[in-house]
Design a binder for this molecule. Structure first.
Ligand SMILES: [Zn+2]
Length: 285
């Protein structure tokens, strides 16, 4: 069977393999995806206990070390929503993890709800937030509607992001905003050295969008992208991406990499170094 693009049904070509999974690229719309998709059992194993708290595939000591970084990101994202005219109302976060963003959104004036299936994430959550969180989108009451739905670092994990966005769209108030953060294609790393890009990590990540492909996905589900912003980047692109090496030659090479990329950014802009991007899209009436 040939791999077909889930977004535009065009034929996709095999690009490379990582961890036994094949990454394909759509010839028409830029979307990249893992195909065949792993089965449900393989996906369930990724998120077994330990994904967030260490030992599992995911986030190491996510709960403590990331706290300050998450606070900064929350301020950025709530600021972007404010600049789009949304500073209160009902906010739902898909993939609420241990609830850091939910807490910040509540403190900023939103009435918050969350969806989070991982029991260990829920256990680490501030107790007063736990009753606000359900395991699945379908567990929300039938009539619940939202002014903002946030999905930060979530869509790339799902088997069927389009149907999730369709379910989100059905729960939004008129002129509501969906806020999405995903890893994005288009940096020098994904173009020139894709095997170095740590966001290609199936079966955890299954979908990889260019900014254009993400706008197309949002448009197909009834959203118009109204604001975009870089969400995360690595300073070096090709050498010692974590910046942890003590070897003098590696450190020198990394410094050259960082400087070279500053020059590239000056020439062509942030797109050369953006690993992850935020998209804010409004419901199309
Ligand atoms: Zn396509």
């Amino acid at each position: 069977m040939k791999a077909l693009c889930a977004q535009c049904r065009a034929a996709a070509r095999h690009r490379f393999e990582v961890g036994g999974y094949a990454v394909h690229r759509c010839a028409r719309c830029d979307l990249e995806f893992v195909w065949p998709l792993p089965d449900d059992a393989a996906l369930a194993r990724v998120y077994e206990q330990g994904y967030f708290s260490g030992g599992g595939a995911g986030y190491g000591d996510y709960f403590d070390r990331e706290r300050e970084q998450v606070a900064r990101k929350s301020r950025e994202r709530l600021g972007a929503l404010r600049s789009l005219g949304v500073s209160r109302g009902d906010l739902l976060e898909l993939g609420a993890a241990s609830g850091f963003f939910l807490g910040h959104a509540r403190d900023a004036g939103f009435t918050v709800r969350g969806v989070e299936p991982a029991a260990d994430a829920l256990a680490a959550m501030e107790p007063s937030l736990r009753p606000r969180v359900v395991a699945r989108l379908e567990d929300l009451a039938a009539g619940e509607r939202f002014d903002v739905v946030a999905a930060f670092d979530v869509l790339e994990h799902l088997r069927d992001p389009a149907s999730t966005l369709a379910a989100v769209r059905a729960r939004m108030r008129p002129s509501g905003i969906v806020a999405v953060v995903v890893p994005v294609l288009g940096s020098t790393t994904t173009r020139l050295a894709p095997r170095l890009w740590d966001q290609y990590k199936p079966p955890e990540h299954l979908w990889f969008w260019s900014p254009r492909a993400m706008r197309a996905l949002l448009a197909a589900q009834g959203f118009e992208t109204v604001h975009e912003a870089p969400a995360w980047r690595r300073p070096s692109r090709f050498v010692d991406l974590d910046g942890t090496s003590r070897a003098p030659l590696t450190r020198l090479a990394r410094a050259v990499d960082v400087l070279a990329h500053r020059a590239v950014v000056a020439a062509v802009g942030d797109v050369a170094v953006t690993d992850s991007m935020a998209f804010y899209a409004r419901v199309v009436p």
